[in-house]
Design a protein around this ligand. Sequence first.
Ligand SMILES: Cc1cc2nc3c(=O)[nH]c(=O)nc-3n(C[C@H](O)[C@H](O)[C@H](O)COP(=O)(O)O)c2cc1C
Ligand code: SF4
Length: 376
Amino acid sequence: MGGAFFPTADKWQICRNNPGEQHYLVCNADEGEPGTFKDRVLMNRLPELLIEGMLIGGYAIGAAEGIIYLRAEYRYLLPRLEAAIATYKQLGWLGQPTPAKEPFTFDIRIQMGAGAYVCGEETALLDSLMGKRGEPWPKVFFPVERGYLGQPTSVNNVETLCAAARIIELGAKAFRSLGTPGSPGTKLLSVAGDCKFPGIYEIEWGMTVGELLGFCGAEDPYFIQVSGPSGICVPAAEQSRCICHEDLLCGGSVMVFNTQRDLLQVMINFTEFFKTESCGVCTPCRAGNFLLSRKLELLKRGLARPADLEEIRQWGQLLGVASRCGLGKASAHALINAMQKFPAYFQQRVRAKGREKGFDLDRALGDYREAVEQTS
Ligand SMILES: Cc1cc2nc3c(=O)[nH]c(=O)nc-3n(C[C@H](O)[C@H](O)[C@H](O)COP(=O)(O)O)c2cc1C
Ligand code: SF4
């Protein structure tokens, strides 16, 4: 449910089977993808469900300790989560041997993040947990092999852990009776943007885009950004597409944009986000997002040539294959996708004014003049 779609049962099994002095369960509550707020609502409204999901995950992998890595901006949820942990301690489920089939003692602590989007990536998160600067690791080891403090670690999303608790409660059969064969069960979506009823929707996997737009009262939709800026741009015309593994994967964010919105400006905002949030450790992501933002600026000012569109595509591909982590890999997804889905729009931005506007001397000298004025 965190967006990478690796099956949790496999992750837990592999983690359990890997030898280590300790096994750790880490709850990824960083929720940094713009437009996603489902984990926040779960923690605010149903913190007990998360604690139970962590107990189940901890038991499954044989962990003695669970850590909730909480997004810095969610500090206000700390008292609520701490109260839930205290309740489960009082009930005898945390911090002491629990009445499970196998002897099992589990405890949970909370550690605050510091506000970096990249720290939602599981290995950067582990760095941050260990007090280091959060940088994604080269994929030499997976966390289930060597994670927190070098020990086998399962990193799971808040919603994944809550879903595990619900599966135990309702039974796997009931869970599997919903959804599609490739994606059983339900999914929480954070729906926002140009719609009458934004909020959290629990949908059955397989719901069509059109149905969802109807439920949320989308107003004059133009396109829908699915899975946040790292995801894909779906034209409103593609209403029959199904939200599920077999068709349209969704990590949780659905943003509706109506026909009054400027597609290019939305893509500029996304690129600025990635440019700012790149940890900078690898060149394609650090330089690529900077170059993309300059190209988009040219497009905005009507100064782009057809070759610029081609270079955007090439940089997008390069980012996808040469970046170290998912941030860089997915950073040009939405833009490239939008260019494929709305080719006429981008062509028109190129041709509309051409390059005859020429070089804007005043604009180019702006920063320099300001600096001279400040020092004189
Ligand atoms: C840049 C980046 C940011 C991410 N942010 C989050 C996040 O905020 N929450 C989350 O659960 N997973 C996030 N992920 C995915 C995690 O790396 C990891 O796959 C996930 O926590 C695993 O949980 P799951 O198996 O329960 O889905 C992010 C990945 C990347 C590349
Ligand atoms: S892809 Fe970007 S965020 Fe990821 S490691 Fe490279 S520079 Fe850092």
